[in-house]
Write a protein that binds this ligand. Structure first.
Ligand code: HEM
Length: 216
């Protein structure tokens, strides 16, 4: 049973990692094509707030692409300096693109419901990442890990948003309705699943600690 869980975990991680890197790469389609062609529903941002748009779509994919490498145990153990440098790049990318994403939220053409979804996501993305970075600096690695997992569940919203949007439009839901739904559904379930995972891990580490022989 434990073996099966491990295999499923590995497969899940590999799929998530490949999707993260692919979506990060595809996000740069605006470079050869221009925002107006590559992401026509973002075109109004070019007039309203081009700086924030380019800060977001130019930098957020770096955070997404770097993320899977930070979870590789071997890399962390064998090349801690690489882990630390990628971590700094990841956090800096979230800082820049999170602030820009927060501002962009208020200019979305999808209305206040979607704006609230994106703005709240930006705030908790920045906060969880800030906590993770703080605990890394303090060398409180268990807490660093917990907050980084929370941050990653939110970074992964960039993947779930596009997967759900594709699935919803393929299922015949019109783009505007699908977009409203995914502005919340892309990240709330991710955050809840991560909390449930952390909660079960806390339970099992308490059980392990309780079964360990106590010093006399
Ligand atoms: C997790 C926090 C994030 C927030 C709060 C956020 C917020 C936003 C907002 C508000 C927009 C404009 C939407 C509109 O005008 O309707 C946007 C667009 C975009 N974001 Fe993010 N974003 C986040 C993460 C990411 C990540 C990690 C990536 C990496 C790929 C990313 C890539 C993009 C791209 C490429 C667009 C242009 C539209 C598209 O191609 O879908 N975002 N984001």
């Amino acid at each position: 049973m434990n073996g099966l869980v491990k295999v499923l975990g590995r497969v899940g991680f590999t799929v998530a990692a490949v999707l993260s890197v692919l979506i990060a790469l595809v996000s740069y389609r605006f470079l050869p094509q221009g925002v107006e062609t590559a992401m026509d529903f973002m075109a109004h941002h070019v007039q309203d707030n081009a700086l924030m748009l380019y800060a977001h779509i130019g930098v957020a994919p770096i955070a997404l692409a770097v993320m899977p490498f930070q979870f590789l145990k071997n890399l962390r153990a064998r090349r801690p300096a690489v882990h630390r440098w990628l971590g700094r790049i990841h956090v800096a990318a979230i800082l820049v693109s999170g602030v820009a994403g927060f501002q962009l939220a208020f200019y979305t053409s999808a209305g206040p419901f979607a704006a609230a979804g994106f703005a709240i996501l930006a705030v908790i993305w920045l906060s969880t990442t800030g906590m993770a970075f703080y605990f890394a600096l303090k060398r409180q690695i268990d807490l660093h890990r917990i907050w980084m997992l929370r941050s990653a569940a939110l970074t992964f919203a960039a993947v779930t948003l596009r997967v759900y949007l594709g699935a919803a439009t393929a299922a015949g839901i019109d783009f505007d309705t699908a977009y409203l739904l995914v502005s919340w559904l892309a990240w709330v379930p991710n955050a809840l699943v991560m909390e449930a995972y952390l909660w079960t891990r806390r339970g099992s580490s308490r059980r392990i600690a309780a079964s360990e022989p106590q010093p006399t």
